[in-house]
Design a protein around this ligand. Structure first.
Ligand SMILES: Nc1ncnc2c1ncn2[C@@H]1O[C@H](COP(=O)(O)OP(=O)(O)OP(=O)(O)O)[C@@H](O)[C@H]1O
Length: 247
């Protein structure tokens, strides 16, 4: 989908994300994003790190079509979905209805499909529940089902596990990897957690001063382990890039 002006020279593959010379400023202030280039290949899992206020959510909003860049080109698959830190479920609808609601643009709400997706995230027993009766982890699993229900080519995850306890977070990270392998979509994960980025992603980006300051390919085979020396070395590199100096 083209969200900006003329873009004659970019040929976009299905599932691919391309950002060229993106600039965005709020009001008259300094640009939050400045001359930012980014490509996410089809099926790639990319994690985006950056200090607080570096513009991660702003970039994600531009990719999600929730904001218009001041300047530049943003090309994202039209079939895309976002999962935020909070599940944003509609409390007056049952769990399956929240998921099925996302199928509506294609016609009637598809209960069978919603229930299949809920099964994939281990919530077959909660399909009739009300959102307010769910735990935080369950609510995020519903949000993941809802994101997947239209079989998106590209999913954006904005700190999706930030509000969860450490154990649930770990379970959710494994779940996301399983879903990614099964659905073969591109993923952009915004996170503050260097280890999470290293556990999950094919590539880790560091956003700084408005552009991609570091772009690291993580070629450690999965499943990955924190104690792996390559993992530790990359953690140090990324923490240093984020201004957290480690010996
Ligand atoms: N609607 C807005 N109006 C004005 N300034 C904004 C707006 N949204 C974000 N900003 C500013 O843009 C900068 C980047 O914000 P953004 O939320 O994208 O950062 P972030 O990297 O996601 O931060 P965090 O990790 O703390 O969530 C911040 O200085 C923020 O104050």
């Amino acid at each position: 989908m083209v969200q900006s002006q003329q873009t004659p020279h970019i040929v976009q593959q299905r599932g691919e994300v391309q950002v060229r010379a993106l600039m965005h400023r709020f009001g008259a202030g300094r640009p939050v994003l400045d001359n930012l280039d980014l490509t996410i290949r089809a099926g790639e899992f990319v994690a985006l790190l950056g200090r607080s206020g570096s513009g991660k959510s702003t970039l994600l909003r531009m990719l999600a079509g929730l904001g218009q860049p001041t300047r530049g080109e943003v090309h994202v698959p039209s079939n895309k979905a976002v999962v935020f830190q909070e599940s944003r479920l509609l409390p007056w609808m049952r769990v399956w209805q929240n998921v099925a609601l996302a199928t509506l643009p294609e016609g009637k709400a598809d209960r069978t499909r919603a229930e299949r997706l809920l099964g994939e995230v281990g919530l077959s027993h909660r399909t009739d529940a009300w959102p307010l009766t769910l735990s935080g982890g369950e609510a995020q699993r519903v949000a993941l089902s809802r994101a997947l229900v239209r079989d998106p080519d590209f999913i954006m995850l904005d700190e999706p596990f930030g509000a969860l306890d450490a154990l649930t977070r770990l379970q959710m990270q494994h779940l996301v990897l399983r879903l990614w392998a099964r659905h073969a979509c591109s993923i952009l994960l915004v996170t503050h957690d260097v280890d999470e980025a290293l556990l999950l992603a094919d590539r880790v980006l560091v956003l700084q001063e408005g552009h991609i300051h570091m772009d690291v390919c993580i070629d450690i085979p999965r499943p990955r382990h924190h104690a792996d020396p390559d993992f530790e070395a990359l953690r140090t590199t990324l923490l240093n890039a984020l201004g957290v100096f480690v010996d």
